[in-house]
Design a protein around this ligand. Structure first.
Ligand SMILES: CC(C)(COP(=O)(O)OP(=O)(O)OC[C@H]1O[C@@H](n2cnc3c(N)ncnc32)[C@H](O)[C@@H]1OP(=O)(O)O)[C@@H](O)C(=O)NCCC(=O)NCCS
Length: 149
């Protein structure tokens, strides 16, 4: 890798970079999802923009998208979620997601967050290992679902 990655807060102009990375990692086009997330994050009425990107040589190569909740969903504590995490396949395994995660955790601590939640597909063992390395453990909350016919 040419240069140490630089972390900064996500901006609306990062949309194309997020889409490029997401297409490479998930093989999907989720433009609508990212447009909606970015619009919500950057809404001045929104609390804190917790999402971060990592840049190498001025190019966005990874991101972590999160949110902060103040007593919502019946959870009295201030909590945060990690919704999406992605790093360009060519430069994965260089610690970029770990740097993003460390910075995110540090920022959340400073914002008064007690707990960070995320969801992982039960059979995504590589991602579970990644979160486990960052001290995430199975939650006491149960994820419920209803499939509509
Ligand atoms: C999950 C993901 C974000 C990790 O990104 P990453 O930048 O490769 O993460 P890191 O480099 O910090 O860690 C990955 C592995 O590389 C290893 N690693 C970190 N730095 C390293 C280095 N300098 N040299 C060699 N290995 C290294 C880590 O130990 C880690 O190993 P582990 O997973 O076995 O614990 C990335 O794989 C990704 O984008 N996946 C697809 C998208 C996805 O599934 N997103 C989650 C859904 S929201």
């Amino acid at each position: 890798m040419a240069q140490q990655p630089k972390m900064r807060v996500m901006k609306s102009s990062d949309l194309d970079a997020l889409l490029r990375i997401d297409e490479q990692t998930s093989r999907q086009n989720r433009r609508e999802y990212y447009e909606r997330k970015l619009a919500a994050l950057l809404d001045p009425r929104h609390t804190i923009n917790s999402s971060l990107v990592a840049e190498v040589d001025g190019k966005v190569v990874g991101f972590i998208m999160g949110d902060i909740y103040f007593g919502e969903f019946g959870i009295p504590e201030t909590s945060a979620t990690i919704d999406t995490l992605g790093v360009e396949p060519k430069i994965q395994h260089h610690g970029i997601a770990s740097d993003l995660m460390d910075q995110f955790i540090m920022n959340m601590k400073a914002a008064g967050v007690n707990k960070i939640y995320t969801l992982v597909n039960w059979d995504d063992f590589a991602l579970e290992r990644f979160f486990s390395r960052h001290r995430f453990v199975p939650s006491k909350r149960i994820n419920l679902e209803l499939t509509l016919p």
